[in-house]
Design a binder for this molecule. Structure first.
Ligand SMILES: *[C@@H]1O[C@H](CO)[C@@H](O)[C@H](O)[C@H]1NC(C)=O
Ligand SMILES: *[C@@H]1O[C@H](CO)[C@@H](O)[C@H](O)[C@H]1NC(C)=O
Length: 224
């Protein structure tokens, strides 16, 4: 009996994984059946088996949870690492100032930056370079003021992706003095794609610091 108790104690003192034949134990149809051969060791061996069974159970569960935690963390890191959003306005000058009309097409350089998360937008060129592949929401609002009723009004711009026209919101007439027009699109962009707003010939946009002209985009979700 003393020897059995000693073995039990030794087993408990040894690190996990010692001499544990998990496979054969899980196949044991009746835990504690050894009691029939050796009544004296019954309680102790049964406890061993229970401890080993629980150790395996917790180890497996822990491994599984660690794997799931790793996967979740990886996804979260990816989402956090790919954050991208910008929102800009034409200018912050308090007096009404107009951009255009020009005799050639010109990219609109929105100077007033509300947010430029990930620095994808370049205020000196007016170009947004998509930092990640994914689905983006793009919005362009333009406003113009003819100066007086009856004068030509041309609130218009082109939304370009890699130089190609995506949408061309415009409002041109001689009826109103002021007008505003907006376009919002969701597009799949590849990393490196260039988005810009172009001012076509004849169009002109005005602002007096109230941000009538805005250009915004944000990554809805990454597909990398
Ligand atoms: C726990 O699981 C890991 C991975 O399956 C294994 O390497 C390790 O030996 C196990 N430990 C115990 C105490 O069963
Ligand atoms: C979880 O990630 C850690 C650190 O990157 C790594 O050491 C561990 O092996 C991973 N575990 C699993 C179950 O993938």
């Amino acid at each position: 009996m003393r020897a059995i108790v000693l073995i039990c104690l030794l087993h408990g003192a040894l690190p996990f994984g010692w001499n544990v034949d998990q496979k054969s134990q899980s196949e044991d149809p009746k835990p504690g059946s050894e009691c029939t051969t050796d009544q004296g060791s019954c309680g102790c061996c049964f406890m061993w088996k229970e401890v080993d069974r629980l150790t395996t159970y917790f180890n497996t569960t822990l491994n599984m949870l660690e794997k799931e935690y790793n996967q979740t963390k990886h996804s979260l890191d990816k989402i956090e690492g790919s954050r991208s959003a910008f929102s800009v306005a034409l200018s912050s000058t308090p007096n009404l100032k107009c951009f255009g009309p020009f005799t050639v097409d010109k990219l609109i350089t929105f100077k007033e930056i509300f947010i430029n998360l990930g620095n994808g937008y370049n205020p000196s060129t007016g170009v947004f370079t998509a930092p990640h592949s994914g689905v983006y929401s793009l919005a362009l609002t333009v406003y113009s003021d003819a100066g007086a009723p009856g004068k030509t009004l041309a609130a218009c711009a082109d939304l370009l992706v890699n130089g190609e026209l995506v949408a061309g919101p415009g409002e041109k007439n001689e009826l109103d003095q002021e007008d505003s027009v907006t376009t919002v699109v969701a597009l799949h962009l590849k990393a490196g794609d260039k988005v810009a707003a172009n001012l076509p010939t004849g169009c002109f946009l005005c602002d007096d610091g109230i941000s009538y002209n805005t250009f915004s985009a944000f990554l809805l979700y990454s597909t990398e």
